[in-house]
Design a protein around this ligand. Structure first.
Ligand code: FAD
Length: 474
């Protein structure tokens, strides 16, 4: 019999639970493995920078899998049509193994797939692999779910952690089967996706991910506590794009953290880093509990807000032309590399919803388009936190002052100058509020306000009052 291994957001050959279990089944039943990936036609229509990153990561996986003797076959079309192709082309397909999605579009797709396979008499084995603890594992003693992170994390830490699912790559060669001839149409679609990519990404794939995690845990984690809020310090692990695409398993991260802890002892940095990894599980649980959270405020008392409809403002925010240097630098970082520092995500999300008074959903969707680490649960969680509409959200009267945030977290303006080139000669004294320069100073530093760089497009104090009034009328 043949065991199908369906890759989706788990683009790796190490510590991959579905792959591990499929190999075990092939060993036990002396069967074969056939690996596949499904390309949905919708992807061709809405191709953005994050698909660009995803497909190049997939190419890396496909090369690796092929070199180990287990090529990945591409199936194309609406789900049932693509699965039919799979079933027609692969002899004796008896079971399909995959790592499931617990939330969002992926969870809906999984349900449809399970129904399809069951109707065809094909067994499905699916596994929770995307998180250290899945959406239903961390519960209060009375069985209810947590709504606040701190007690969630306390419980999270107490639970037994899953082991690593180590994979002997020799087995891929031994059990993997090559049907690439039959799947040339899918392969052509894959090549078409790659041809749409605009940017060539260098640091992708499992080796890069493992190197980056190693460097972070060996050299940087001690400073994490102190510097993780400083965008210019390059002090976070930047592993989110790998986690998003499943190039790195969260279990592997957990066990590596434990290794370092055993070797060097515990530290604040390690503890905080572990808590960040747990935030990812927490928001997955929240999205699972509130499946409508992408379109609706989790807190139902906050659904009546009169957000302003202003396309011009939204465009300024997207392009990084708000006149607030830290916001503009952050948005330009996003537009340029498809990633943004966490502190900046909080600042720009607060700015959109509380200074511009624009609907947080617009921001959430723009992040979806641009972030190479876009993760619906974490993104929705972050946006609902910033706009004070989620379970464990910032109180509505807590409105980030973008200038104070800038002074605190980019004191010398180093980050701002990296992304807002117009301000590169502006001295520290004015870098957070360049409009305060005199005409003479503007000429001296090569940045004329209103011409080279905008005036602040809103007055923060006024907007803060408006936001609080709007939120109080809920
Ligand atoms: P590190 O500080 O090195 O943390 C390590 C890992 O912990 C991260 O890779 C991530 O997986 C996890 N993590 C850290 N902080 C959070 C958090 N607040 N919530 C959930 N997980 C966290 N993260 C995403 O992965 N995808 C998103 O789409 C996303 N959207 C966000 C939107 C907003 C408005 C906000 C405020 C935060 C968002 N985050 C998102 C969380 C966080 O900003 C990123 O995970 C982090 O910046 C990634 O960089 P890093 O890997 O260097 O993080």
């Amino acid at each position: 019999s043949t065991f199908g291994v369906w890759f989706r957001q788990d683009l790796r050959l190490n510590d991959n639970r579905a792959l591990f279990e499929a190999i075990e089944a092939a060993k036990k039943h002396e069967g074969n493995l056939v690996a596949f990936f499904h390309i949905h036609p919708e992807l061709t229509e809405s191709f953005t920078i994050r698909h660009d990153y995803f497909f190049q990561t997939l190419r890396d996986l496909a090369h690796r899998a092929e070199s180990f003797g287990m090529p990945i076959h591409f199936i194309y079309g609406e789900l049932s049509q693509a699965l039919s192709t799979l079933n027609e082309q692969v002899p004796n397909l008896s079971s399909v193994y995959f790592n499931k999605d617990e939330v969002g579009f992926g969870a809906e797709r999984d349900l449809e797939a399970v129904n399809w396979f069951e109707e065809e008499g094909i067994e499905v084995r699916s596994f929770q692999d995307r998180h250290i603890h899945g959406a239903t594992e961390v519960k209060k003693d009375d069985g209810d779910h947590y709504k606040v992170f701190t007690p969630y994390f306390k419980k999270w830490q107490k639970l037994n952690k899953p082991p690593l699912y180590s994979i002997d790559h020799e087995h891929l060669k031994q059990y993997g089967r090559d049907y690439t001839e039959q799947f040339h149409e899918g392969q052509e679609h894959f090549q078409k996706m790659l041809a749409q990519c605009e940017k060539e990404w260098k640091h992708i794939g499992e080796d890069s991910a493992s190197r980056r995690l190693g460097v972070f845990l060996n050299q940087k984690v001690d400073e994490y506590e102190e510097k993780r809020n400083l965008p210019a310090a390059n002090a976070t692990s930047m592993i989110s794009p790998y986690l998003k695409n499943g190039v790195l398993s969260p279990r592997t991260i957990y066990h590596k953290i434990e290794e370092v802890r055993e070797k060097k002892g515990d530290s604040k940095g390690l503890h905080t880093y572990l808590s960040e990894i747990a935030w990812r599980d927490y928001y997955n649980m929240i999205y699972y509990m509130y499946p409508e959270a992408k379109s609706k405020e989790i807190d139902s008392s906050k659904r009546q807000r009169d957000w302003i409809d202003d396309d011009e403002r939204f465009l300024k925010w997207k392009n990084g032309e708000t006149g607030f240097p830290i916001v503009d630098a952050a948005m330009r970082q996003l537009n340029s590399i498809g990633w943004m520092h966490n502190r900046l995500r909080m600042i720009v999300a607060s700015f959109l919803s509380k200074d511009y008074l624009l609907d947080w959903r617009k921001g959430e969707r723009y992040f979806q388009e641009r972030l190479i680490d876009y993760d619906a649960a974490s993104n929705i969680g972050g946006w609902q936190w910033a706009s004070s509409t989620g379970t464990d959200a910032a109180p509505y009267f807590r409105v980030f002052n973008p200038t104070r945030q800038s002074e605190r977290f980019d004191a010398d303006g180093e980050f701002i100058r990296t992304y807002v080139k117009e301000l590169k000669n502006v001295p520290k004294k004015y870098i957070h509020e360049p409009h305060k320069m005199s005409e003479e100073e503007q000429n001296k530093y090569g940045c004329v306000i209103g011409k080279d760089y905008p005036e602040p497009t809103v007055d923060h104090k006024t907007q803060r009052k408006k936001a609080i009034a709007m939120f109080e009328s809920d």
